[in-house]
Design a protein around this ligand. Structure first.
Ligand code: UCC
Ligand code: FAD
Length: 581
């Protein structure tokens, strides 16, 4: 009988082997590049704060994030007596996240500016550490930051002074979040044609909004910024972008608990972002105040787009980093073919490629945060301002796409377990899919890059070339980086030649090249940032290796695609014929 107990499966039919679980460790301490970058630019107190916060994320916050995921919001439209109430019931964890965002100053830091031009880097580093454990509360966080930015740029005065102080407070009981209601059924990209909501002027100077907002995320917000068309006395409105104005509205309830001027039609049933209540809203006389001049709504909300797009990019890189941290830990625990995964060179190559992608994306997004911080602290040169305009859509579109690729590869590195829902891994993939859709799709942002180039008469590109060259100049004479410098320098020249040639072609040519152009801009600029970081006196040999590896890829796909005629006028009909074949 005793001998039988040693036989495998004799007592426990499921066997005696259980795989060790990948362990989430302090995301600050686990991230060499984040540490290096912050040591390079910010004082020790920032590192200490982020280290403590990283500890809190592991010990406490990550659990709340999971609770948010498995306890999605519910809409209760009617009370038991049939009255319309439209309560959005969220989990306790979701509410705790809101408090945490305030306590940790995740919006406030951007407005307190404790470290001058580097304050945004500090704030976004915190968001970066928080994001993968946040149960998507980074979504309202981003919109709240964006709303504060819009208010600050318009002027903090009545009727939005109270809102500004609540959006940027560190006191959880005073803290408000904001929505961003732009999308209607006819169009989320083409807001100018898609917006039907009308604003009816009231005698006291306020407005009542009537319309249907098709996607409104984090609808448990306290206020929102939204777009609508002002009606004149005859009820007429101006079509297109010139008819859109920006409005501020509070989300209030009457004494019976009913939403004032809003009906929640339903909550969306989504692939991911499940903790976020995303609703369809009927605006039926919602009280609002106009914030922009009439017809300047898109220009006025652009500041919100800038902030939310940067948040999107920060969260995209954070997803890549999270999956890598878990994957590399797992590789020290899982054995296959007689050795740990970490001892299989091909597995390590796979993770190293993900690491290179993640490092590049990190430096790219932090550089945009640096530029934002310079602009907000009055330090920005004209070149910085141009760069910020160009790099914002670029970093959003590039990191949104790359996050999905890296996270997908990351799931595979866990084998079958990467596909199992309650490991908490698949949610990272689901939540990454949205990053390239909301806040402007990849194509829309590629076209936005073209528009900002045209709008600035090419000055944004001039700033780009000047700054990239100056980054490379800092590496001249560093022999270990010579192949990388050569590759970026060559790609930059090719890109310059392409831009000059494309300017002589019909507009349709550049439109077809827009996406590849965006990728070329992103890869070349990121290469120069990796090189620059590797030249820093505190850099490691891994920083050099990452720069070399990044620069081995096709840095300028717009040129290779051009060479095979991808943007020729003959292409669109052929593409269409192929698609509908
Ligand atoms: O998706 C949404 C929220 C989701 C949740 C948020 C989560 C955040 C991250 C969390 C991470 C986990 S809210 C919906 C977002 N919707 C979009 O992004 C819309 C996408 N479509 C576009 O971006 C289009 O390009 C439009 C709507 C901006 C195009 O509209 P128009 O009217 O055709 O634009 P125009 O005519 O080109 O520009 C009108 C004015 C111009 O200024 P002026 O008149 O002075 O020349 C432009 O220069 O607006 C200015 N403008 C901009 N300025 C337009 N876009 C920008 C910009 N990006 N930056 C600065
Ligand atoms: P469309 O504009 O119809 O685009 C469809 C496709 O056509 C896209 O691939 C697009 O790239 C492509 N396309 C469109 N125009 C062009 C062109 N000129 N050239 C080339 N390609 C083109 N919106 C809000 O306002 N507030 C929110 O809080 C909010 N939350 C959201 C939450 C989630 C989970 C999701 C998924 C969306 C949310 N949205 C929100 C909406 C989101 O911003 C829009 O879905 C997005 O901007 C795209 O708009 P659309 O859905 O109308 O797509």
């Amino acid at each position: 009988w005793e001998a039988a107990s040693y036989l495998p499966y004799s007592r426990a039919r499921i066997g005696s082997f259980f795989q060790e679980i990948p362990v989430l460790k302090n995301p600050f301490l686990e991230d060499a590049l984040l540490n290096g970058y912050l040591r390079r630019h910010l004082p020790q107190e920032v590192l200490s704060d982020l280290c403590a916060f990283g500890e809190r994320v592991v010990k406490e916050v990550d659990r709340w994030g999971r609770e948010c995921e498995v306890t999605p919001p519910q809409l209760v439209q009617f009370d038991p007596w049939g009255h319309r109430v439209d309560h959005i019931v969220t989990s306790p964890a979701w509410k705790r996240m809101k408090q945490l965002v305030a306590q940790e100053g995740m919006v406030a830091i951007g407005y307190e500016r404790p470290f001058g031009e580097w304050s945004r880097v500090y704030q976004m580093s915190k968001v970066y550490i928080f994001s993968p454990s946040s149960g998507l509360s980074t979504c309202p966080l981003a919109m709240t930051d964006g709303a504060a930015k819009v208010i600050q740029s318009i002027g903090v005065s009545w009727p939005v002074d109270e809102a500004f102080s609540r959006l940027t407070t560190r006191q959880p009981e005073r803290f408000w979040t904001s929505g961003q209601w732009m999308t209607e059924r006819q169009g989320g990209s083409d807001v100018a044609s898609g917006t039907e909501t009308v604003a009816v002027p009231q005698t006291d100077g306020s407005y009542k909004l009537h319309g249907f907002k098709w996607f409104t995320s984090a609808t448990d917000a306290d206020m929102t910024l939204t777009l609508a068309r002002v009606q004149d006395r005859t009820g007429a409105t101006t079509p297109g972008s010139k008819g859109l104005s920006l409005f501020y509205a509070e989300v209030n309830r009457d004494k019976d608990g009913r939403l004032k001027g809003i009906e929640v039609q339903r909550l969306k049933d989504k692939l991911g972002t499940r903790p976020v209540p995303t609703a369809e809203l009927l605006l039926d006389g919602l009280s609002a105040h106009r914030l922009s001049e009439e017809g300047r709504g898109v220009a006025a909300i652009a500041n919100m787009l800038t902030i939310t797009r940067i948040h999107n990019a920060v969260c995209a890189v954070a997803s890549m980093r999270r999956v890598l941290q878990l994957a590399r830990d797992y590789a020290t625990r899982r054995t296959a073919f007689g050795k740990l995964l970490k001892d299989h060179p091909l597995h390590m190559q796979t993770l190293a490629r993900m690491e290179v992608e993640t490092r590049g994306a990190f430096l790219l997004v932090m550089d945009v945060c640096r530029l934002l911080g310079r602009e907000e602290s009055g330090m920005a040169t004209q070149l910085d301002a141009h760069l910020l305009r160009l790099l914002t859509p670029m970093v959003k579109l590039y990191t949104g796409k790359q996050a999905l690729a890296v996270v997908s590869e990351g799931l595979e590195s866990f084998g079958g377990q990467g596909y199992i829902e309650d490991t908490g891994l698949p949610v990272i993939l689901r939540d990454s899919q949205v990053l390239s859709i909301w806040e402007g799709t990849t194509n829309i942002l590629s076209l936005d890059i073209l528009r900002c180039v045209a709008h600035s008469s090419g000055m944004v590109l001039h700033a780009y070339f000047t700054h990239t060259k100056s980054l490379l100049a800092g590496a001249s004479g560093v022999s270990s980086l010579a192949p990388a410098v050569k590759a970026v320098d060559g790609a930059l020249s090719e890109l310059q030649a392409f831009v000059q040639l494309a300017a002589t072609r019909a507009p349709g040519y550049l439109e077809l090249a827009a996406r590849d152009l965006a990728y070329s801009l992103a890869r070349i600029y990121t290469g120069s940032l990796l090189i620059d970081h590797a030249c820093w006196k505190g850099a490691s040999s891994s920083d050099t290796y990452a720069a070399l590896r990044w620069c081995e890829q096709d840095l300028c796909p717009v040129v290779s695609k051009q060479a095979i005629g991808c943007y020729d006028p003959s292409t669109p009909p052929l593409d269409t014929a192929l698609v509908y074949d």
